[in-house]
Design a protein around this ligand. Sequence first.
Ligand code: DX5
Ligand code: ZN
Length: 216
Amino acid sequence: MSVIIAPSFLASNFLRLEDECSMVNQSEAEWFHLDVMDGRFVPNISFGLPVIEAIRKATSKVCDVHLMIEEPGLYAEAFKKAGADNLTVHYEACPHLHRNIQQIRNLGMKAGVALNPHTPVSLLKDILADVDLVCLMSVNPGFGGQTFIPHTLNRIRELKDMILASGSSALIEIDGGVTEANASAIVGAGADVLVAGSTVFSSTDPIGTIGRLKKA
Ligand code: DX5
Ligand code: ZN
């Protein structure tokens, strides 16, 4: 299976959101990556439910919603109604992670857990069988356009081994600082999904860029 490409709309031009959606629709990208930030869990505020509802109407591709918010359980149902297919919550924001994951799955979405760069991958051991997706942050969450943290490659290998050993079918998603230059190393380490914000949306040929990431 070739790698799944998930352009992050945080880097899109919000004045031309409809055009940005049709560009991604025409491309080889399979997922729309939608970053929600609350100004509490991360030091930035992005967009929320109404924007996701609008984007949902503009695509039939997978809406992959990455919640960088505290108490995500309070909003899981609302994100389902807004059109999320995948809902990812942060390990660091969820003292009752297993409950959050169950809630997301019971609502009919795929459940993801995201880890900040400093959170050991080994902490996922007892939740791996229950999640559909692990999002490894390869930058500190909150902002687009940052530089990929190289140690992430070791984290991907460690997580891949854990997934294979446990029989889990969770996908490994890498989020932050993905470029055409580092994509093949990331895929080589074991990533299944590449999130790419600035690399895609600041490209002069975004469809070509997505195509090249896809071949990584
Ligand atoms: C950061 C977000 C990312 C961000 C990635 O907190 O989760 O999805 O948009 O942006 P780039 O690809 O520009 O690093
Ligand atoms: Zn993200």
